[in-house]
Design a binder for this molecule. Structure first.
Ligand SMILES: [Zn+2]
Length: 144
């Protein structure tokens, strides 16, 4: 889903693109990994948006269908922009909770398997639970 598609969808839903809301949308579009509401808040706070407004907007965007929820450790919700065609693969670290997006993934194999069970894949979201092999934030001081 492109930036223009999302802005069009917001307008169609009667959302006014105020400065802070535009910053929020940009933040979500530019995120390199799924963000928690707290992560989002830290990035949009300078634009003048408070935490409850962040939560309200994220919920509205999920409702509109262009933002999707990815669950991290302990079921903590993270948000990422939904991509219409490309499958979504995430890796979550069980120690520090860090979420990573994976670009290359064996989605053809999964789609074939699912088709073999009698389902037509609409969208694919997979989260792999793992332990960081690199220096994990949790084992080297508090994750912020
Ligand atoms: Zn880790």
């Amino acid at each position: 889903m492109t930036h223009a598609d999302i802005l069009e969808r917001l307008r169609a839903s009667g959302y006014r693109l105020t400065g802070p809301r535009r910053t929020l949308v940009e933040t979500l579009l530019q995120a390199e990994a799924p963000l928690s509401a707290d992560d989002v808040y830290l990035r949009v706070r300078p634009a003048g948006m408070n935490l409850s407004t962040v939560y309200r907007n994220l919920a509205a965007f999920v409702e509109m269908g262009w933002l999707t929820v990815v669950r991290g450790v302990n079921g903590k919700q993270h948000y990422r922009v939904r991509s219409t065609n490309e499958p979504s693969f995430s890796i979550v670290c069980l120690d520090c909770g860090k979420l990573n997006q994976v670009a290359a993934a064996p989605d053809a194999v999964l789609r074939d398997t699912v088709r073999g069970l009698g389902f037509k894949t609409e969208s694919l979201q997979v989260t792999l639970a793992a332990h960081c092999e690199h220096i994990c934030e949790k084992r080297n001081g508090p994750a912020q």
